[in-house]
Design a protein around this ligand. Structure first.
Ligand SMILES: [Zn+2]
Length: 420
């Protein structure tokens, strides 16, 4: 066998040498995602302490300043920033003929010209430059003996997709705020513009809600089963210590949302209803169906039968609670959409619960799906005045699931109508 491997290696070696040589002779221009068009030029533009940015307004100044901070930190130099001036080697020029988020980047040894119609376009041009710079630009400490150069070229770029998202799940494993901010930085560099932030589930409630402090006092913490794989972790028992977890204060959430906005990223929160709610129900067990007799704790794993414990659809106080929670969520997140989950809502307890059955009879609700997805929405729309009170926000709330896709489509159409 060894002999065959040796023969294959010998056969491949000229190819390997060729690829390396090719990489060495022609500089590899690597911008991710790949721009619409790149035309290489000749020479390099080099950043130094004498470099100046010329931007047209304060909005552009914010993104230029963030970019300059990279040099201050990693290169120990701070290029100048001239606002409302044309004096500078790196010039921002608004051109309304560009599509949203699109940009033109012209790099010559003497100057860099950026054209775009909106702040996002200028921001993305800077991210392309960031990727073209030596990787040391990402260093937290000044790095010596580096030429802070980018190759001359002309880049034309526009997105193929308006919604470019990353789903972040700090529920199964808590992610401290500092790490979330770092992830947002990396998203920005890759021109990802939506952070889908999964904040509640069976395994933890990660956002402070002022009106219901137990959601984080109790719901953010779970038993330690870290020695066992997630899928085979035993459910918690009453009285066990719950040292594993964490949550974001509202102040931290505001910081995350603002930090993301500075980087052209919209944060879309996910608050799961009516299933994936064991963390909330561990804190407020009165919102589960009264037929549930098991101990409800924050689940350290999949949960087995306990994952079937969901909000009671017949108890009016559940909807008051949800309305209060969404009041605070809508206040914290200016995003166009709010995700309310909607998946894997098993009907086990709703079928046995007299309150749920009474609701179904009273409202004349239809039970078609095994997972009661349509019931979920019927109940939400009937029972959550928040959906009426925030008429403008109706378009901002969506769930996953097949049923929801049609709802989502309708939301989108409503949006189109609203914008016209
Ligand atoms: Zn019930």
């Amino acid at each position: 066998m060894k002999r065959y491997i040796l023969i294959i290696l010998i056969l491949l070696s000229p190819l390997t040498v060729f690829l390396q040589a090719d990489n060495l002779t022609s500089p590899l221009i690597s911008i991710v995602p790949r721009p619409t068009q790149i035309v290489p030029g000749s020479g390099n533009f080099t950043f130094s302490a004498k470099t100046a940015f010329a931007v047209e307004n304060q909005e552009q100044a914010v993104i230029a300043r963030n970019f300059i901070d990279l040099f201050t930190r990693a290169a120990g130099i701070t290029p100048a920033l001239n606002v409302g001036s044309k004096e500078g080697q790196i010039r921002f020029v608004t051109d309304s003929s560009f599509k949203p988020e699109a940009y033109l980047l012209e790099i010559t040894p003497q100057q860099i010209l950026i054209k775009a119609s909106d702040t996002k376009g200028f921001f993305y041009a800077l991210q392309s430059i960031r990727q073209l710079l030596p990787a040391a630009i990402e260093s937290e400490q000044p790095v010596q003996n580096i030429a802070w150069s980018v190759p001359a070229m002309t880049v034309q770029d526009e997105p193929r997709f308006g919604f470019r998202g990353l789903l972040l799940d700090p529920v199964r494993c808590f992610i401290p705020k500092e790490n979330v901010l770092r992830i947002i930085d990396c998203m920005a560099m890759l021109k990802i513009n939506k952070l889908h932030f999964h904040l509640t589930d069976d395994n933890g409630w990660r956002i402070e809600i002022k009106k219901y402090p137990r959601l984080t006092e109790v719901g953010a913490w779970r038993v330690d089963r870290t020695d066992v794989p997630f899928h085979s972790r035993r459910n918690p028992e009453r009285g066990e210590l719950t040292p594993i977890g964490g949550f974001y204060t509202q102040e931290e959430i505001r910081e995350i949302v603002a930090y993301a906005a500075d980087r052209q990223i919209e944060v879309i929160p996910e608050i799961d209803v009516p299933a994936h709610s064991n963390a909330a129900l561990a804190a407020y067990p009165q919102f589960a169906c009264p037929v549930v007799k098991d101990f409800i704790g924050v689940l350290p794993g999949l949960g087995g039968r306990n994952s079937e414990i969901i909000y009671c659809a017949g108890n009016d106080s559940v909807f008051t609670f949800l309305q209060d929670v969404f009041d605070e969520i809508l206040e914290l997140f200016p995003s166009r959409y709010i995700h309310v989950g909607g998946d894997e809502a098993r009907k086990t307890n709703w079928e046995k619960c007299p309150l749920c059955q009474a609701r179904i009879r009273k409202e004349g609700l239809k039970l078609k799906n095994r997972m009661y997805l349509s019931l979920l929405w019927q109940v939400l729309i009937v029972c959550m005045p928040i959906l009426h009170r925030y008429a403008g926000y109706l378009t901002r709330i969506f769930t996953d699931s097949v049923f929801t896709q049609s709802f989502y489509t309708r939301c989108f159409q409503r949006d189109m109508v609203a914008r016209r």
